[in-house]
Design a protein around this ligand. Structure first.
Ligand SMILES: O=P(O)(O)OC[C@H]1O[C@H](OP(=O)(O)OP(=O)(O)O)[C@H](O)[C@@H]1O
Ligand SMILES: Nc1nc2[nH]cnc2c(=O)[nH]1
Ligand SMILES: [Mg+2]
Length: 183
């Protein structure tokens, strides 16, 4: 296993900047949903770090749930357009205020499919909170309510985002130098 420093092109978002923005997002969500109970649904696995930090900054009553979808092949870096639900929710979302929590929106296929499915289950409201948005890469439109950072079209890793399943634990977002990365 290579040391990430061997292929780190740059630290795009350092830990302090990430945490500051996540604190702001938590405050914004707390304001917008004051007096309401919310359900945050994390899309495994990339969204996990973001979810666990974000909920520490939300002060309205909340529950968490998890879904898993498969849109990229193992080790793949391009969306296949086809999204499969591999782990569904354990609860009803009918009449609930739902926030989908994601690490990144790239082509938009993952969230477009999840939204289409969840809309059929009659939530009171449904919105998206994403830490990163690679706007230039969008292939399908998804309505994003909360965005941490808009980022350029570069393959990033760390803070939930993997390269071949590793490096999710790093506390910052880095850019991969694909010429120096060897699987
Ligand atoms: O907008 P899209 O082009 O659909 O890409 C975004 C999705 O891709 C990544 O997940 P991935 O499928 O790699 O799974 P992971 O979260 O387990 O790493 C990321 O966590 C998003 O869920
Ligand atoms: N790790 C990682 N996963 C992604 N999924 C979609 N875009 C990205 C990205 O830039 N990095
Ligand atoms: Mg991933």
């Amino acid at each position: 296993m290579k040391d990430y420093r061997d292929f780190l092109a740059e630290v795009l978002i350092p830990e302090d900047k990430l945490q500051k923005r996540i604190t702001e997002l938590g405050a914004e969500i707390s304001r917008d949903y004051a007096g309401k109970e919310i359900l945050l649904i994390c899309i495994l696995r990339g969204g996990v770090m973001f979810l666990t930090d974000l909920i520490r900054h939300i002060d309205t009553p909340l529950a968490i749930e998890f879904m898993a979808v498969s849109s990229y092949g193992v080790g793949g870096r391009e969306s296949q357009g086809q999204v499969r639900i591999t782990l569904d929710l354990n609860c009803s979302i009918q009449d609930k205020h739902v926030i989908l929590v994601e690490d990144i929106i790239d082509s938009g296929h993952t969230l477009a499919s999840v939204i289409e499915l969840l809309e059929t289950r009659d939530p009171a409201s449904l919105c998206i909170c994403t830490l990163l948005d690679k706007v230039e890469r969008r292939e399908v439109n998804v309505p994003v309510k909360y965005t941490g950072f808009t980022i350029p079209n570069k393959f990033v890793f760390g803070y939930g985002l993997d390269i071949d399943d590793f490096y999710r634990n790093l506390p910052f977002i880095g850019v991969v130098d694909l010429e120096r990365y060897q699987p």
